[in-house]
Design a protein around this ligand. Structure first.
Ligand code: MN
Length: 486
């Protein structure tokens, strides 16, 4: 349990928060037209007559979008509704040429589900999912390119969205942050949404209210629209909750309204008051039949589901002996997990995990690279780990080899062979080296024998130096100790 309590001289308060997340569906074409969904194309290049609101155009449901919604529903352990309906949500906006959005209302395609999140302190919390429905995205209004005009780009108009609505289960900003990261990871595993919040393909509305600690009332909530990063969502919850507490403690009332979070000032401000709120006048979409899933449709998707991150994580812990922490870090990203599986194929998995989380991540972070752009391939990392496991090189030499591998993903076996870095495990040779050193440092040998045990390290160090770090440190340690204590 994460304890998040707002405490003032007047009392203690608890936060109640729920999220609504709009996720762009990965699909080549839009949900009701054949236009492309490609991101970053020239403005208004991907607009079918339907997307532009031309009269007489009829929507045709894209089966791929239905497939993706069902797959996501299964990933959220949710009820899949074989019967759902489309509904018209009526409102006027310049980037919505139809004058309405085709959405789902009373009968969504996915019902209740849940997602378990892990918190900083290692505890787990199950967050309830209220529903998932599919709908069209709107176009984009651009207000900052022309001083006196607003521009409209309809490329996004009609792109399929999954709107995921949670139950008001969040009691702390940290829980919402953990949920969004987990959801994003899940969507990427499922390949149903790319989860890029900065490109707007995952957008979060945050509902916040507060109540005296220990009460179970639900007070008036305010909604912050389109918060575009996980960090901002967490900050917005905190800022908004504190505002509610201040208002209540001064004897004021919170008005139900839509607000906007300003990350620069770390405050929220009113966007529109409830008294001007929309009445969307939902009604069943007359241009589309109810959506009835064919027998076997859901079963087929079930059979094609990839291994989910939690299952993968449990497997890495149980079968490969990873720690809970390492498994969590590796499984958070599908690509990292795939890299790890390839690298640890035939190599010591725990060692691979250490190198991946330590050395490889450090290089990626330093250079702003993703795992797919890693200068060291999974195959070569596995080879490096095997060289250590088989005592061909020491862990210390391996660090140098790794540095050399960064050039063109060089093969560690070749580096070791070419640079003559193979570890010296020839005991006779190591003994000779130590004998020579002891003959040279008779004073130190005497000092050791008079009780200065720390000189053991001196001889080990000298031996490693004399063999350019190639002598096996464990073997050296053992022989030096034996010889000194003779
Ligand atoms: Mn929506």
């Amino acid at each position: 349990m994460s304890e998040y309590i707002i405490e003032t001289p007047k009392g203690k308060w608890e936060v109640v928060c729920g999220l609504e997340i709009h996720c762009q569906i990965i699909s080549k074409s839009k949900i009701f037209s054949g236009a492309s969904t490609n991101y970053g194309d020239e403005p208004n290049q991907n607009v079918a007559f339907l997307d532009a609101g031309m009269p007489g155009m009829l929507p045709t449901l894209n089966e791929q979008c239905v497939h993706q919604a069902v797959k996501t529903g299964l990933g959220l352990n949710a009820q899949i509704n074989e019967y759902s309906e489309f509904a018209r949500k009526n409102y006027f906006y310049a980037d919505l040429p139809l004058g309405y959005q085709i959405s789902q209302f009373t009968y969504p395609i996915v019902g209740e589900g849940s997602l378990e999140v892990e918190l900083e302190d290692g505890s787990k919390k199950k967050i309830g999912i209220e529903r998932l429905h599919i709908e069209q995205d709107s176009g984009k209004s651009i207000h900052d390119l022309e001083p006196t005009k607003s521009l409209i780009d309809l490329n996004r108009a009609g792109v399929g969205l999954m709107e995921i609505v949670t139950k008001p289960d969040f009691r702390a900003p940290e829980e919402a942050g953990a949920f969004l990261r987990k959801l994003r990871s899940l969507l990427r595993y499922l390949e149903t949404c790319d989860g890029n919040m900065d490109e707007g393909s995952m957008r979060c509305d945050v509902n916040v209210s507060v109540r005296p600690l220990g009460s179970d009332e639900l007070r008036t909530r305010c909604e912050m629209k389109n918060v575009n990063s996980v960090r901002f969502v967490m900050q917005a919850i905190e800022a908004e909750a504190k505002r509610h507490v201040e208002v209540y403690e001064k004897g004021g009332v919170i008005a139900q309204e839509t607000r906007q979070y300003d990350p620069v000032a770390n405050v929220t401000h009113t966007l529109r008051k409830k008294e001007f709120a929309h009445d969307y006048r939902y009604f069943p979409e007359p241009d589309l039949l109810p959506l009835v899933l064919e027998t076997g449709f859901v079963e087929k998707i079930k059979s094609e589901m990839p291994e989910m991150p939690d299952v993968k994580k449990a497997r890495f812990i149980k079968e490969l002996g990873l720690t809970e922490y390492d498994a969590r870090v590796i499984c958070e990203s599908k690509e990292v997990a795939e890299y790890f599986e390839e690298a640890s194929h035939g190599a010591d998995a725990k060692r691979v995990a250490n190198w991946l989380i330590g050395d490889v991540f450090a290089v990626l972070n330093k250079n702003g690279l993703t795992i797919a752009q890693s200068p060291v391939s999974a195959k070569n990392l596995g080879k490096l780990v095997n060289l250590i496991s088989k005592d061909v090189i020491s862990g210390k030499i391996a660090k140098d080899v790794f540095e050399m591998m960064l050039e063109n993903d060089a093969d560690p076996e070749k580096i070791v062979a070419e640079k003559g870095l193979k570890q010296e495990t020839d005991v006779a040779f190591i003994e000779q080296t130590i004998d020579a050193l002891m003959a040279k440092h008779t004073a130190e040998v005497e000092t050791y024998k008079s009780g200065r045990n720390n000189l053991l390290g001196f001889f080990v160090g000298q031996t490693l130096k004399a063999t350019q770090g190639k002598a096996n440190p464990a073997v050296v340690n053992k022989i030096v100790s034996e010889k000194l204590n003779k």
